[in-house]
Design a protein around this ligand. Structure first.
Ligand code: ADP
Ligand code: TRP
Length: 321
């Protein structure tokens, strides 16, 4: 089974990125042939400073390795080191009806956030389809916001197979974890870099982390009154870093009343701090060892490229190029 996922180097990863995409990817590397990459071509739609892009790629590679991506088990590379992906993207563009892209909400969302509406931004989902289809991927772990892109990928692959021959491209399945489908941000909306509502997994200092957690919005229920744990952002965030027993205890305490939200936030802060402590330590070592990180990405690109060549040859042959 081939597992594949990608993440854009567009800033430091937050809890949503980690629990939605990075952690499931890391867990899945035990279960199949895992392929993970840093989507720098995708980031060109929004990052226009070459130095910033290079630095973001490097930081994200270090963060992902620190979180447990194991290069002995997974193939890990930078998207642009396997340029065959742009070749496949063009071929897929020629089987993708405009209507498929016009339906994608991410384009409209991104424009609403102030990203300039380039052709690249509009065609982004086709490049993503190429990322997935170029490696005969079976399973793609992502957060819920990527569901539509996965549907488009499946539709494009089917169109291609209808036109050029059955079974040429493997139809992938998204894997979206219910517990972290949408991690809420400080304001209760989806945690996202673009909403300025995120908690980074490696906040610079403990103090900053605590300050952010204390900012999570809550209602105005008085300390002594019982609180409703259903749909509570605090409970949702706590369940990411606590055991089921600890979560049940917090829920009981909500219902009993007599405890203020500040107390729960302190528990969440400690949970996040402790969850990421070993990774933070590993990260510090990796920052000092750039030769190791370079080696991992070079090795990964070589392995990924070998697979990509196989698929692109099959595709070119099928379309007559
Ligand atoms: P952002 O919205 O912060 O720019 P990205 O779009 O770069 O995040 O997302 C990278 C990965 O992280 C994707 O797989 C996405 O589904 C996942 N992800 C992002 N935000 C969340 C969230 N709040 N909850 C769950 N998964 C998320
Ligand atoms: N579009 C994804 C995001 O914004 C990143 C991505 C690019 C991706 N290519 C991919 C995810 C292929 C899964 C598979 O998060």
């Amino acid at each position: 089974m081939r597992i594949l996922s990608g993440i854009q180097p567009s800033g430091r990863p937050h809890l949503g990125n980690y629990f939605g995409m990075m952690q499931p990817s890391i867990l899945l590397q035990e279960q199949g042939d895992a392929f993970y990459f840093i989507a720098d071509y995708h980031a060109l739609t929004s990052t226009h400073d070459p130095e910033v892009l290079r630095q973001n790629v490097r930081d994200l590679a270090i963060d992902f390795l620190a979180c447990g991506l194991d290069p002995e088990k997974s193939t890990f590379w930078v998207q642009s080191d396997v340029p065959e992906v742009t070749e496949l993207a063009w071929i897929l563009s020629c089987v993708t009806p405009m209507g498929f892209l016009e339906r994608c909400v991410s384009y409209k969302d991104k424009i609403a956030q102030g990203i300039s509406p380039s052709h690249g931004l509009f065609a982004y989902p086709v490049l993503q389809a190429a990322d997935i289809l170029l490696f005969d991927s079976n399973v793609v772990p992502v957060g819920k916001d990527q569901k539509q892109h996965l549907e488009l990928t499946r539709d494009v692959a089917s169109k291609f197979n209808d036109r050029y021959g059955e079974d040429l491209l493997v139809i992938p399945e998204p894997q979206i974890r219910e517990v972290a489908a949408t991690v809420p941000g400080l304001d209760g909306r989806k945690m996202s870099k673009s909403y300025d509502n995120s908690i980074e997994i490696f906040e610079e200092t403990e103090k900053k982390l605590r300050k952010k957690v204390m900012k999570i919005v809550t209602d105005t229920t008085a300390v002594e009154d019982p609180k409703d744990p259903t749909d509570s952002y605090l409970i949702q965030l706590y369940s990411l870093v606590a055991t089921p027993e600890e979560v049940a205890e917090m829920e009981d305490s909500f219902r009993a009343g007599g405890t203020g939200y500040g107390h729960y936030k302190q528990q969440i802060f400690e949970g996040i701090r402790d969850h990421f402590a070993p990774m933070r330590e590993k990260r510090e070592k990796l920052v000092e060892d750039s030769a190791y990180v370079d080696g991992v990405l070079e090795d990964g690109a070589r392995k990924a490229r070998a697979k990509a060549r196989e698929v692109i040859d099959r595709v070119r042959n099928a379309v007559g190029c």
